[in-house]
Write a protein that binds this ligand. Structure first.
Ligand code: DGL
Length: 215
C-alpha cells in the first residue's frame, strides 16, 4: 500500500525512514514544504493554507493514509484537516502522558515549536495527563530552522539540555520531528540524567492498526 508522510521540512523524513525500516512491504511517499518551512512560528491560517494542497497531492497520488509527521500541524489542525482530507490521518504530538508516568523527580521538559506549545491540544495533554508534574518548556524556537539548514549549534543545545537537567527534569520529550535528527546529541548532553522520548515507534504501531483496518 502507499502511505503518505508529511512535514513542513526534513523532520518528517526521519519519521518516513523509520516507517520504511519497520514496514518495507509498503511504499512510503514523503512530502514536505521546503518553501515555507519552518511552520512553528507561523499563523495557523498560513499553516493550514500551506498544508492542505500538499496533503491533497498525496491523496491524488493514491496514498491510503497519511502520517502527519509534524507536531505543529497535528496539535493545532488535525481536527480541521480530518474534515477536509478523505484518507485517515495519523497525528504526532508531544509524549506528555508517558513522560509524566516515567518521571521520578516530577519534572519533565517538552522541547517543541512555539505554535505547538501554544496549542489547545498541548494544554489539554498537560491538564489531563500531567496535572502534578512540573513541565519545563525551554526556548527551542530556532531549532527547526537550525536543523533544516544543517547548522546545528552543538554548544547551545548542550547548554540548554544542561540547564533542563539542572532543574531536575529526568524526562525530555522531543515534541518536534526535526529534533529527532539531533536525538543522539541530546541524549549525550543529558549525561545520563534524563531519558529522551520521541513518538516514532508508537506512531508506527498506530499506523499498523490503521492499515489493518483498511485491508
Ligand atoms: N517538524 C515540525 C514539528 O514536528 C515543524 C517544525 C517547523 O516547521 O517549525 O513540529
Amino acid at each position: 500500500m502507499k502511505i503518505g508522510v508529511f512535514d513542513s521540512g526534513i523532520g518528517g523524513l526521519s519519521v518516513a525512514n523509520a516507517i520504511k525500516l519497520a514496514m518495507p512491504e509498503h511504499e512510503i511517499i514523503f512530502k514536505n514544504d521546503a518553501e515555507h518551512v519552518p511552520y512553528g512560528t507561523r499563523s495557523l491560517d498560513e499553516i493550514l493554507a500551506f498544508t492542505l494542497p500538499v496533503l491533497q497531492e498525496l491523496v491524488d497520488e493514491g496514498v491510503v493514509c497519511i502520517v502527519i509527521a509534524c507536531n505543529t500541524v497535528s496539535t493545532n489542525l488535525i481536527e480541521t484537516l480530518r474534515k477536509l482530507i478523505v484518507v485517515p490521518l495519523i497525528a504526532m504530538e508531544p509524549m506528555v502522558k508517558p513522560a509524566a508516568k516515567q518521571t521520578k523527580t516530577g519534572v519533565i521538559a517538552v522541547c517543541a515549536t512555539p505554535r505547538t506549545l501554544e496549542s489547545r491540544r498541548y494544554a489539554y495533554l498537560k491538564e489531563a495527563y500531567a496535572p502534578d508534574t512540573k513541565v519545563l518548556e525551554p526556548d527551542c524556537s530556532n531549532w527547526a530552522l537550525m536543523i533544516e539548514q544543517n547548522k546545528v549549534d552543538v554548544n547551545a543545545i548542550t547548554k540548554l539540555v544542561d540547564d533542563i537537567t539542572r532543574q531536575k527534569a529526568d524526562v525530555i520529550v522531543l515534541g518536534c520531528t526535526h529534533y529527532h535528527w539531533i536525538e543522539e546529541l541530546i541524549v549525550e548532553a543529558t549525561n545520563g540524567k534524563a531519558v529522551v522520548l520521541q513518538p516514532e515507534q508508537p506512531v508506527i504501531r498506530e499506523l499498523g492498526v490503521v492499515l489493518a483496518e483498511i485491508r
